[in-house]
Design a binder for this molecule. Structure first.
Ligand SMILES: [Zn+2]
Length: 461
């Protein structure tokens, strides 16, 4: 009965995912963090070295080995339990046996109540259900394409709504009242370490190491502010990624995330860890607790005032006709230093029409570039192709090109289009608060060990 329901709910939220071609990898199963009742296995880890063709094979192999271990006699074996017991979620309360499940699709434009009425609940009962759900999850938020699945109307009746891939709203009727709780669909998690070396291109090298493209995309995002994956990758660069896969009770993969990653780019090592702060926000941090998400300098010149803002229509002071102003002008004395607002590479340096002496910097996060115009002179050592650091001196304020007085014309471009630099979303990029550093360091230590040990096992196993 229970399995029947789980099949239905899971099938609507199954995430398609490319199969993992495994070169070499290592998995460690962890006990489920919640959702299932079972013996305490908090210290139980079962590392395995696998070289299978696909995830199903890997999973089957693990189940098999786990089962075998269960019949053995070692201390680890005693910690494991037969798979029938841990693979099936335990129902909180069973409806009378034989009561059939009803399932109703939420149509476009549907609200929860008409759907529940269609399922046969009386209007009063529908109101009771909505009221009971509200403190846990408001059914005003139900989405088309999702289902209600339920059975029974009297005591013991149950109703489920799959909120997303990882959560199910469970309503159950105890005597006359409905009670709601959010249940996790995550029945167990698995840690995997993938590692590889750049020989061809990142995506194919990562796939060879067993990573799927989505995880590789996430890896790129995490290091986007430190590594220019378009221009800076070199043969021999290395990566190592600790991924947590989450499965539902039926063993279906419902999500995965990178918990730690290391990338060695041109002999420089970058590390990132996923961490949830006390306020519940989650982000990636360096082992020192700094945010991986860096920000840009607020302005490229100090001690200046904004003399003209970004606007799509304005009368040009020199040309006299209406023309968009796609940047911000900073009025400052001629010769005032101009600084790169972020790390990157000089993509263009030279005379460019009305811009006069002009520099275009392509930033590490390669969808971003910044432009600097009307310079009096360029800084020594800066040329097309040079690498610049945030805050580095690149030139001096002037009035070359079309300018009525000394100022810096500054543009911020996203995918080549100018956006208002003053509206650039500057992520807070706050470090881990000092008060939370002890807990953070402990977690860093543990994750690094997991990644490191895995590598040793892979190398020697
Ligand atoms: Zn301007």
């Amino acid at each position: 009965m229970r399995k029947d329901f789980a099949d239905q709910v899971s099938s609507q939220a199954d995430t398609p995912r490319s199969s993992r071609r495994a070169a070499s990898r290592l998995h460690a199963f962890k006990r489920p963090s919640f959702g299932l009742k079972r013996p305490d296995m908090s210290s139980f880890k079962f590392p395995l070295r696998l070289s299978g063709r696909g995830m199903l094979i890997a999973l089957a192999a693990v189940l098999l080995v786990w089962g075998v271990a269960g019949s053995g006699g070692g201390s680890e074996a005693r910690a494991s339990i037969p798979q029938e017991e841990w693979i099936t979620a335990e129902a909180v309360q069973e409806a009378p046996i034989g009561t059939p499940w009803k399932r109703e699709l939420i149509q476009r434009g549907d609200a929860a109540s008409p759907v529940l009425l269609r399922m046969g609940y009386a209007r009063d009962e529908v109101n009771n259900i909505l009221m009971a759900a509200k403190p846990v999850y408001s059914l005003a938020n139900v989405r088309a394409g999702h289902y209600f699945t339920g059975r029974g109307e009297d005591a013991g009746a149950e109703l489920f709504y799959a909120v997303d891939d990882e959560r199910v709203l469970h309503l159950s009727k105890h005597e006359q009242t409905w009670k709601a709780e959010m249940q996790s669909r995550i029945a167990f998690t698995r840690d995997s370490v993938y590692e590889g070396e750049i020989s061809d291109n990142l995506f194919s090298d990562a796939a060879r190491a067993g990573m799927d493209d989505r995880t590789t995309m996430n890896l790129v995002d995490i290091f986007a502010w430190d590594i220019d994956f378009v221009r800076d990758l070199r043969t021999g660069d290395k990566f190592r990624v600790l991924v947590e896969d989450r499965f539902d009770a039926e063993g279906r993969l419902i999500g995965s995330m990178i918990n730690a990653a290391e990338f060695i780019n041109q002999s420089e090592t970058f590390r990132a860890l996923r961490y949830t702060l006390a306020d519940g926000s989650t982000g990636y941090y360096t082992p020192e607790g700094k945010s991986m998400r860096k920000t840009y300098l607020k302005a490229p010149v100090k001690f200046s005032r904004i003399s003209s803002r970004f606007q799509l229509r304005r009368k040009h002071p020199v040309l006299g006709f209406t023309r968009a102003h796609r940047g911000v002008d900073y009025a400052a004395a001629a010769g005032t230093p101009i600084h790169a607002v972020g790390d990157g590479r000089v993509e263009f340096m030279g005379w460019k029409g009305g811009y006069g002496r002009f520099i275009l910097i392509r930033h590490i996060n390669s969808t971003h570039s910044t432009a600097y115009g009307h310079m009096r002179a360029y800084a020594k050592g800066i040329h097309t192709g040079s690498r610049v650091r945030q805050g580095q001196l690149i030139g001096y304020v002037g009035m070359s090109g079309l300018a009525t007085g000394p100022h810096l014309h500054f543009e911020f471009r996203v995918n080549g289009s100018a956006v208002n630099p003053l509206n650039i979303k500057r992520d807070p990029a706050e470090p881990v608060p000092a008060a939370q550093m002890a807990r953070f360091r402990a977690e860093v230590e543990q994750r690094m060990q997991t990644m490191g040990n895995a590598a040793v096992r892979l190398a020697w196993g």
